[in-house]
Design a binder for this molecule. Structure first.
Ligand code: FES
Ligand code: FES
Length: 162
């Protein structure tokens, strides 16, 4: 028997999308496969690595732990939505670029969304705050030093309004 499909609307980066998906479609898969927003990466699929982090009404959320049908009625922001309206890099993206906060880049979308939310809560972080902010995200390449520098630089670039 074929799986029952559900019609839903997801608002992603300010744009409403109509989807028809099975009830168990993960939000991460809906974003990547149904909407083509492949900036959201999937690593562990168990809520551990943070690569799939998106913002739901501004709060960082692991999209691999959530069904797409549960994400209606919220504003979803993916890494693609962190750029400025004119297409230039947002402050957090620019800071990671300047400070070499990435190597392979697999983990980066999750860091960018996490840090975006973190700076809204702590617009002028100390180094310890910056470390705490990214403590739930795993990176196998960088050793984190440049990621922490990137967080501090992002705060500077955002001028307290990330
Ligand atoms: S893929 Fe979701 S936390 Fe690792
Ligand atoms: S830059 Fe490669 S996993 Fe973080």
């Amino acid at each position: 028997m074929s799986e029952q499909l559900h019609d839903l609307r997801l608002t992603v980066n300010g744009v409403a999308h109509a989807l028809r998906v099975p009830a168990r479609r993960l939000l991460s898969d809906a974003l990547r496969h149904d909407l083509g927003l492949t900036g959201t990466h999937v690593g562990c699929e168990h809520g551990v690595c943070g690569a799939c982090t998106v913002l739901l009404d501004g709060l960082p959320t692991r999209s691999c732990l959530m069904f797409a049908v549960s994400a209606v009625d919220v504003d979803i922001t993916t890494v693609e939505g962190l750029t400025e309206a004119d297409g230039t890099l947002g402050a957090v993206q620019q800071a990671f670029l300047e400070c070499h906060g990435l190597q392979c880049g697999f983990c980066t979308p999750g860091f960018l969304t996490t840090v975006t939310a973190g700076l809204r809560q702590h617009p002028t972080p100390t180094e310890d705050d910056a470390r705490d902010m990214v403590a739930g995200n795993l990176c196998r390449c960088t050793g984190y030093t440049n990621i922490v520098r990137s967080v501090l630089r992002a705060a500077e670039l955002a001028g307290g309004e990330a």
